[in-house]
Design a binder for this molecule. Sequence first.
Ligand code: AMP
Ligand code: GLY
Length: 426
Amino acid sequence: MKVLVVGGGGREHALIRKIKESERVDSVACCPGNGGISYDAQCYNVSATDIDGVVHLAKEIKADFVVIAPDDPLVAGMVDALNEAGFKTFGPKANAAIIEGSKVFSKNLMLKYNIPTAQYRVFDNADDAVEYIRNKNEFPTVIKADGLALGKGVIIPESLEEAQAGVKEIMEDKVFGDSGNHIVIEEFLTGPEVSVLAFTDGKCVKPMVSSMDHKRALDGDRGLNTGGMGTVSPNPYYTDAVAKECMEKIFIPTIHAMNAEGRTFKGCLYFGLMITPKGPKVIEYNCRFGDPETQVVLPRLKTDIMDIFDAINNETLSELDIEWSDDACACVIMASGGYPKSYPKGIEIKGLENGQMHGVTVYHAGTSLDGDKLVTSGGRVLGVTALGSSLEKALEKSYCAVKKIEFDNAHYRRDIGKKALHAQKM
Ligand code: AMP
Ligand code: GLY
């Protein structure tokens, strides 16, 4: 088989590595991919959001299967277009990807089907939104742009002034474009966060092993929100009891709800959960693999991923036994100095050989090749990932490798996994 992976970050690199393990796969292609990915897959210069371009490429290279990883092409209907052109795909159709594409949709879905989430109100007018926040007078509060916003569409104001500024930015200055035509204002929840990615064919749902993201830029969960600065798996807060409750109250009801709405979800559904004092609640749904969650979850997968993708297409997922390794996994993101704000590109990366280092797996998020030099080309540059018989050992391996990789102004958090290690001891 020839498999085409759409996207070009660390998540896609992790998918490609796992797909290449399949005995049924002869070659993997990627569009647009990146410098480091090009060691593992033939990369084509077609944007991940160019639906016509990707359909054309799939025809040209005679792809047998197309995996669509990022949110925007899924929400825009790339799977629908590829299926119409006769290709087998992994990923939800547009009418199901809306579960991530519109927060108004997902909040209304949870309310209608009694799936635990933060209380909320929807607004299409800035004055009404501010009036509501003023009357409620509870801070922090949470403001979310309705549509996709590169993971940055959430503001957590500590005061009315901050909230006013946030509402204005989203609804009037349109910093997230049309994503901000509607906003959700919701109750601020507390508790540890857990990411659970789940395979589903619309009939059954099979959660993968859990993980923990580290969204803030700086140690101690300070600084700006980022796409994620590191991950560990498993997440110690996701105990068997919590898993059982999530299955009963969140995972199965969500799959049923989507079916009942005529929006059957097939693919990877990402549950962003908060384990509140009142039980697990949904913070967000994503219609895709998480980044950098995938980088710590897929290395633990023992089952052939192509068998899983086929079972989802054939709606036979319930018959497939998916196996996971007991090892722990840690991924430390090395980012460009300045990320998530502006950062330089084109800086040489030293310490890797063919993009890799012995003993760890380096997933490339933002690199490109300049002749035979590997250089930075994005905010998140590398995800240095290791498996270990314990989380401590996995982290030790990752950090040991990180210290040997160099590029000017490289920035990484020194405390990935620290909270998880602490929770393990309790
Ligand atoms: P999201 O993009 O929806 O995942 O939100 C980004 C981050 O904002 C989450 O990972 C949480 O840390 C935080 N967040 C979102 N919604 C809430 C909420 N209702 N209460 C507290 N924190 C939240
Ligand atoms: N790491 C969070 C996400 O993929 O949305």
